[in-house]
Design a protein around this ligand. Structure first.
Ligand code: COA
Ligand code: AMP
Length: 631
């Protein structure tokens, strides 16, 4: 099968295409309806099929000859720990943990929030929730209590699962006080919290609410898999939008299982029994899809790594793990390779390792800049595959079908649209643009399996945020172009979302926090290029009339406020006072123009601008702070 034939079939006969792919997973009841509309008029996949995703990830393999194969290997250089779980061991742990949840009253459709570091118990908790047909919502450990509280209020979990601490390089970060603070702030109160105690910190448990994981596991009754419909939600994952309130992306069971299983062979060329490593975090979509679900659905071994590409202990960590576990495909964010290159530019730390099992490196999460692409390709001498996707889709929109027909990669491009994704470049009126012209990237409906059908609890937000801008299309929020061979080049977001070290953040949310400072009249947060993290957020602040203060002190206060409300992961470290902000005559801040100034790519002054003199002033301030990229 060629890429072209596979792609054409998926677009011209989607029901036939995905109906065949659905044969590749075990259904308790096979779907008769492949594609149908739900009550909101949204196209849905496999609505009447019945399955259980945790069954497919574990029990199915135990029953089909993989009981003694490693399902998960845990490698934690920060605690000097290595643990292996066979499929049977992992299934048994998950069934017992599901039993604990069941005893706490968790049933099909209930929500469970998981706030955990990168340890096997995070995976066990996710699969335990899925086993009961309940819905998990994992919150990344780098988020502060306020962010956790917002998610608790939106998802309204019956139970929250946490650990006593996370470990960031050498820092031990207690999680439980953060959870307690979040529950204090939230209006919704979970009825219980299950706490996994790690040796580094013993969390204080609150009587009548908190349950010790290890104690409960000793007496837990294993729970069976609960069948759910193809369209029943598997999880909610909150992601940054343009406003302060994160969006709860809903993932359903059927489409997700079918698409992810398909992707493992077609995109990553993985066979059952081989080792896959996504060096991400379970708090992000990459972690959900390619640390937890896809490798297990495909009968592979997944690596759970509690460490960083550098400093745990050094820039050879990735190569050590690849050799030790015979990793076939490595998936990470470009920022990780930029960090390795910076620490070890001549790749001295690569030399001791045998990477003969490693066949390809996949990158996503942010733009793979050509220098990083070239360095990684030359250093490793292996194919480096850029692929573009979003929390909303759960798998790659554009990439390279290495298991079907590998296309020649081009630096700066995430290659071609993946089956099911009808990717078009459109202008602001929604007209499709020819090759070579840059515009908004949109996808013609219907979207393929695994893509979000709604935003949790707010379907209107889904409609206005994704479907209203270009009728008949899903708007991705990314801009870019296709070349004359159809290769897609992603050039960056067209909205207020930025990517810092592969982490998706909202500048709108940071603005809300900065604007709440008593001295600030108005502000604007934009992402500027950063050689290591891809982008970094910076604040431009207009003071209230008559306020005089030390600008450095103000910056320190603003940085602390963002860190407190969003978390360290926001990486908000710079705020500058400006005399005016460029606005339209109707008073809208021209953020895009500010981004263009910082990009150093040149800008033209729009006719709608109210105060053109603000532009050179800001350019000067950014230049003096070294924040304008040299093109
Ligand atoms: N829990 C708590 N804090 C966390 C955290 C977590 N899970 N993850 C990050 N943080 C903290 C860090 O400790 C740091 O805190 P500090 O300001 O006190 O130093 C802050 O958030 C910023 O973290 P980060 O942006 O990751 O910077 P870093 O200097 O610690 O590491 C890299 C830089 C490049 C090594 C690291 O960002 C990395 O490995 N990136 C890859 C990201 C990735 O895999 N993304 C997933 C998409 S595929
Ligand atoms: P997230 O939802 O966290 O996965 O972030 C999705 C966003 O990250 C996309 O909308 C893009 O802006 C960016 N992104 C992800 N992968 C890539 C890629 N391969 N190339 C360019 N941008 C990417």
């Amino acid at each position: 099968m060629s890429y072209q034939a596979e792609y054409k079939k998926s677009i011209e006969t989607p029901e036939l295409f995905w109906g065949e792919k659905a044969e590749d997973i075990h259904w308790f009841k096979k779907p008769q309806k492949i594609l149908s509309k739900d009550e909101n008029g949204i196209s849905r996949w496999f609505a009447d099929g019945e399955l259980n995703t945790a069954y497919l990830a574990l029990d199915f393999h135990v029953e089909n000859g993989r009981a003694e194969q490693d399902a998960l290997v845990f490698d934690s250089p920060v605690t000097d720990t290595k643990i292996r779980y066979t499929y049977k061991e992992l299934r048994d742990e998950v069934a017992k943990f599901a039993g604990i949840l069941k005893a706490q009253g968790v049933a099909k459709g209930d929500r469970v929030v998981i706030y955990m570091p990168m340890i096997p118990e995070a995976v066990i908790a996710m699969l335990g929730v899925a086993r009961l047909g309940a819905i998990h919502s994992v919150v990344f450990g780098g988020f502060a209590p306020q962010e956790l509280a917002v998610r608790i209020d939106d998802a309204e979990p019956k139970v929250v699962v946490t650990a006593s601490c996370g470990i960031e390089i050498k820092k031990v970060l207690p999680y439980k006080p953060l959870l307690d603070e979040a529950i204090e702030k939230s209006a919704h109160k979970p009825s219980s919290c299950i706490v996994f105690q790690r040796p580094q910190v013993t969390a204080e448990l609150i009587a009548d609410r908190d349950i010790d994981w290890a104690t409960a596991m000793k007496t837990a009754e294993p729970a069976d898999c609960v069948p759910v419909k193809g369209t029943d939600p598997l999880y909610i994952l909150y992601t940054s939008g343009t406003t302060g309130k994160p969006k709860g992306v809903v993932r359903d069971n059927g489409g997700h299982a079918v698409a992810l299983k398909y992707s493992m062979k077609s995109i990553y060329n993985m066979e059952a029994g081989e080792v896959f490593w996504a060096a991400s975090d379970v708090g992000w979509v990459v972690g959900h899809s390619y640390i937890v679900y896809a490798p297990l659905l495909a009968g592979c071994t997944t690596v759970v790594f509690e460490g960083k590409p550098i400093k745990t202990p050094d820039a050879g960590a990735f190569w050590r793990v690849c050799e030790e576990y015979k990793v076939k495909s490595l998936f990470a964010a470009p920022t990780a390779f930029r960090a390795i290159r910076k620490e070890d530019p001549d790749s001295e730390l690569l030399k001791p390792y045998d990477l003969s099992h490693l066949k390809a490196i996949f990158m996503a999460g942010e733009r793979l800049d050509p220098p990083t692409y070239t360095w990684t390709t030359e250093t490793l001498g292996k194919p480096v595959i850029d692929h573009w996707w979003q929390t909303e889709t759960g798998w790659a929109i554009c990439g390279n079908l290495t298991g079907v027909e590998m296309k020649e990669p081009k630096a700066g491009s995430s290659t071609l649209p993946m089956p099911g994704f009808n990717v078009q470049i459109v202008d602001s009126e929604g007209n499709e643009l020819p090759a070579g012209e840059q515009g908004n990237i949109a996808m013609k409906l219907p979207l393929p399996p695994s893509c979000l059908p709604t935003v949790w609890g707010d379907h209107e937000r889904f409609r206005t945020g994704y479907l209203a801008e270009f009728p008949g299309y899903y708007s991705t929020g990314d801009g870019g172009y296709k070349d004359d061979e159809g290769y897609v080049f992603i050039m960056g977001r067209t909205d207020d979302v930025i990517n810092v070290a592969g982490h998706r953040l909202s500048t709108g949310e940071m603005e809300e926090i900065v604007a709440s400072h008593p001295a600030v009249a108005e502000c604007c947060v934009i992402g500027v290029n950063d050689p290591l993290k891809g982008q970094q957020p910076i604040g431009l602040v207009l003071l209230k009339n008559g306020i005089e203060l030390d600008e450095k002190e103000l910056e320190t206060e603003l940085v602390a406020m963002v860190r407190k409300d969003i978390g360290a992961v926001a990486c908000f470290r710079k705020a500058m006072v400006v005399q005016r902000l460029p606005k339209t005559r109707s008073g809208k801040i021209l953020r895009k123009l500010l981004r263009q100034i910082a990009d150093g790519s040149g800008y033209s002054v729009p006719s709608t601008i109210d105060d053109p003199a603000s532009l050179p002033e800001i350019e000067e301030i950014l230049t003096n702070h070294g924040l304008v990229s040299s093109q």
